[in-house]
Design a binder for this molecule. Structure first.
Ligand SMILES: Cc1ncc(COP(=O)(O)O)c(C=O)c1O
Length: 455
């Protein structure tokens, strides 16, 4: 106990702590420390061994404005000097201002926010609000979703192998397929499908007790970790009509897809559909500090003037986090990052399609804005997946992890540690054409690892 202020910290010490004293997320615990990041700037990060690499994942799609922006660091320092946090029963200036800013940038009359510490918490709050507002039990979620790591959010993360080891609960869920046109669950081909996937939702709601039991439906507008699934343009407008018919609330989880990632402020803006509840995190503070928010329509928010809002947290509306969001969000506008996401996203998609032409392992390429996925297959003709759904939770190296390892060797990090067969490219929104070329040429070489698994 003598050295509490002097913990040994040589490289070997730190490597040992990583192996002996930490839980690493969603993985077998490593026998050696992962590379240690010492600094980052813009679209690049440096590791202890002196190497610099390109961040083509924006750290799980959060660092949208790039690393270490001095404007944000300055704002954090100023707020830290004034007030780091206070009990959420009283007001703070950053929290009040952020609630107004969120009401301004979100679509329609989304106007009242519960401010939490991340995406998982934002979704927990959304489900609670949905239950409390409607007085109904059931929540519809979609297979191939990720909504967070706690009990309720994991329960909603259907078909993601990460939830198989968990005792589920917190919500009574009904699971439906994604509008995943490359592998349509209804055996249809867009656009001749008559939007069977939405018709099915209507049928499911009816069979599950309709407007008396079904409270809401939660979805990622563009599915992230489970495969960059972009819905056809009719999907959300038609889903809105079905939900309105039954009074079922739409909960848009914009944790990954929000804040310019898809080339609009929020992905739902592409289809001009206003959800009843929207959740967000990641790009709201870009990882400079943790923060999440659940934003609801005025009508829903107002209901809680008459009834008790049964949710909360010590750090809800954390002042330092809110001040960070207040400095990050205007940067999207000042630096035209949303326009850049659209423009560079088109370019990245074009370049990724060249990889599809070239590599036998690339079955599909899809995306919206700077959110582009490469789906790996064993065989392009049959579309046989390159690995099984449970590969993520199996100890053996799988083709996608082989690509991820090669990318790191060559000098780049993409989003490949997620389940399924899709490697996502989601660089910070400040990316230039030259940096995209650099990233695509690294990806080109790394995909040769997956080509070895094709037949
Ligand atoms: C769509 C979506 N929802 C929720 C979450 C959970 O967010 P967090 O990791 O901030 O708790 C994530 C995280 O990747 C996500 O992608």
């Amino acid at each position: 106990m003598k050295y509490l202020k002097n913990i040994p910290s040589t490289k070997e010490d730190l490597d040992r702590y990583e192996v002996d004293h930490l839980f690493h997320s969603w993985s077998y615990q490593p026998s050696a420390s992962p590379p240690r990041v010492v600094s980052a700037k813009g679209v690049r990060f440096q590791t202890e061994d002196g190497r610099e690499r390109l961040d083509f994942s924006s750290c799980f799609v959060s660092h949208n404005i790039g690393h270490q922006d001095p404007r944000v660091i300055k704002a954090i320092k100023e707020q830290a000097d004034t007030l780091t946090s206070f009990a959420p029963t009283l007001s703070t200036k950053p929290r009040a201002m952020l609630s107004k800013l969120l009401a301004d940038i979100t679509p329609g009359d989304l106007s009242r926010s519960f401010i939490s510490l991340g995406g998982t918490e934002a979704n927990e709050a959304a489900v609670k609000i949905c239950h409390q507002y409607t007085g109904r039990r059931k929540i519809i979620c979609r297979y191939k979703s990720y909504h967070g790591g706690t009990a309720t959010s994991m329960t909603l993360s259907a078909g993601d192998a990460r939830n198989w080891a968990q005792v589920l609960g917190g919500a009574e869920v009904v699971r439906i397929p994604q509008p995943y046109c490359y592998r349509c669950s209804f055996g249809q081909k867009y656009p001749d499908c008559n939007m069977q996937c939405v018709k099915y939702v209507d049928e499911v709601i009816e069979c599950e007790g309709g407007g008396s039991l079904v409270a809401g439906i939660i979805f990622e507008p563009v599915t992230g970790a489970n495969g960059i699934i972009v819905p056809p343009p009719e999907y959300f407008p038609e889903l809105r009509r079905v939900c309105d018919k039954w009074g079922v609330l739409m909960i848009a989880d914009e944790v990954m897809s929000g804040f310019g990632r898809t080339g609009k402020w929020f992905a739902m803006d592409h289809w001009s559909v206003v959800p009843d509840i929207m959740t967000m995190a990641k790009g709201m503070t870009c990882g400079y500090l943790p923060l999440g928010a659940t934003v609801v329509k005025t009508e829903i928010g107002d209901k809680f003037k008459e009834r008790f809002f049964s949710h909360g947290a010590t750090y809800a509306g954390h002042a330092l986090g809110c001040a960070t969001a207040l400095s990050v969000i205007p940067i999207y506008q000042e630096d035209n990052l949303i326009e850049n996401s659209e423009k560079m996203g088109d370019y990245l998609l074009e370049r990724a399609n060249e990889l599809k032409e070239k590599h036998p392992c690339v079955g599909d390429v899809r995306g919206l804005g700077l959110f582009v996925g490469i789906e790996l297959v064993k065989n392009k003709g049959t579309r046989e997946p390159i690995m099984a759904l449970d590969a993520k939770i199996k100890p053996a190296m799988n083709p996608k992890m082989a690509v991820a390892k090669k990318l790191m060797e060559l000098g780049m990090m993409a989003m490949a540690a997620n389940p399924g067969n899709v490697i996502a490219m989601a660089p910070p929104l400040i990316i230039t054409k030259e940096e995209i070329d650099e990233g695509v040429s690294i990806m080109d070489k790394a995909l040769e690892e997956a080509d070895k698994f094709t037949s």
